[in-house]
Design a protein around this ligand. Structure first.
Ligand code: FAD
Length: 324
């Protein structure tokens, strides 16, 4: 049995939780059709809709943890709920999304169970032994990890799997009220707020991103890349040097301390491809890098590398597209 912690956003299952279920389904299939249980914690506005959505994504049963302890989010309290669900189902694998909450809750759970914690898993290569590949150094590198204690506790890196409904009846719904110790309630969310808008949202979900770095040369150097982004119906993304120098706003930054993108096409221009930048763009499907330095890390990792001055190459591409 596999237990997956599922997070809800505005009453629906979050996209990254659905991606995690795609991983869990693959694991379940490899194990000969192991059942997948989902755990949701706290109030659920529309259980029928959530049960239907989770059923379509391969979940057979939803376990909803209820009780005063879950009126506000707390990592340790949620871990207590997940631990109770895992014990009642005798699950051999516990998964969650590699989201801030998924990471916090599963770290608590692994510590409580005294088992290793594999964060940001992207794939597995066998069940016996159970070997997973996971992202490290902010996604810039990968390592293999053998999980030989049970349950295996792991989070799944965002965008490493594609959320896909596979059909299936609505999951059955069971509520349970796990005991939560006082000590598990010491850290809880007391207030939440939302920003009016998050300007980086369109960058994170863009199918095309045109990037620019120090090679742009200054604030005036972004006109052509902006035009190219517009022509390709994409977004503009920049390196940290660019935001640090105040050439462009921070919400456009790609990387470890910016947005993580996974477009179909990324066109980094005048960006060296430092490890912290690569951490945010390595999931791009196709990378067409433009740089004067053929040896820049971005050029050696790109799908296609164009050696040239971005101030000549980008306007030429724009002109070519406009001429069609
Ligand atoms: P440079 O490294 O200076 O590279 C400029 C590139 O432009 C070079 O490859 C050069 O050959 C090329 N070039 C120059 N002129 C032209 C031209 N006319 N045409 C074409 N090419 C040209 N960086 C991020 O981007 N995102 C992050 O989230 C991030 N987080 C960080 C977090 C930490 C804790 C630290 C320490 C660093 C972080 N950085 C981040 C910074 C990162 O290490 C690099 O310094 C940064 O990415 C470099 O930006 P760049 O590629 O634009 O500049």
């Amino acid at each position: 049995m596999i237990v997956t912690l599922v997070e809800l956003e505005n009453g629906s299952v979050s996209e990254i939780s659905l991606e995690t279920l795609a991983f869990a389904r693959s694991l379940a299939a490899e194990g000969g059709g192991i059942a997948i249980r989902a755990v949701v914690v706290g109030d659920v506005d529309a259980p029928d809709a959530v049960a239907a959505e989770l059923g379509a994504h391969g979940v057979s049963e939803v376990l909803q943890a209820t009780g005063d302890a879950f009126s506000a989010y707390g990592g340790a309290a949620w871990a207590a709920a997940l631990q109770a669900a895992r014990e009642s189902t005798k699950s051999v694998v516990v998964t969650a999304a590699g989201s801030p909450r998924g990471m916090e809750v599963l770290a608590h759970l692994a510590a409580r169970l005294d088992v290793p914690f594999a964060a940001n898993v992207v794939s597995f290569s066998g069940l016996a032994p159970f070997v997973v590949t996971r992202q490290v150094v902010g996604g810039a590198a990968q390592e293999e990890m053998k999980l030989d204690r049970r349950p295996a506790v792991l989070t799944v890196a965002g965008h490493s799997w594609t959320a896909a409904a596979v059909g299936g009846d609505a999951a059955t719904w069971t509520t349970f009220s796990p005991e939560v110790a006082e000590a598990d309630l010491v850290a809880r969310v007391v207030a939440t707020g939302t920003k009016d808008s998050d300007d980086s949202d369109s960058l994170k979900s863009a199918r095309v991103v045109v990037g620019a770095g120090r090679g742009a040369g200054g604030p005036e150097g972004f006109a052509a890349v902006g035009e190219l982004a517009e022509l390709l119906h994409g977004s503009l993304g920049v390196s940290r040097v660019v935001t640090s120098l105040g050439w462009r706003p921070h919400h456009e930054q790609v990387g470890q301390t910016g947005s993580r993108i996974s477009p179909e096409l990324y066109v980094p221009c005048g960006i060296s491809g430092a490890i912290q930048h690569w951490a945010g763009c390595s999931s791009s499907k196709v990378i067409v890098a433009i740089n004067t330095d053929a040896e820049a890390p971005m050029m050696t990792k790109a799908t296609y590398a164009v050696v040239g001055d971005m101030h000549e190459v980008v306007p030429a591409i724009v002109e070519e597209i406009r001429g069609r």
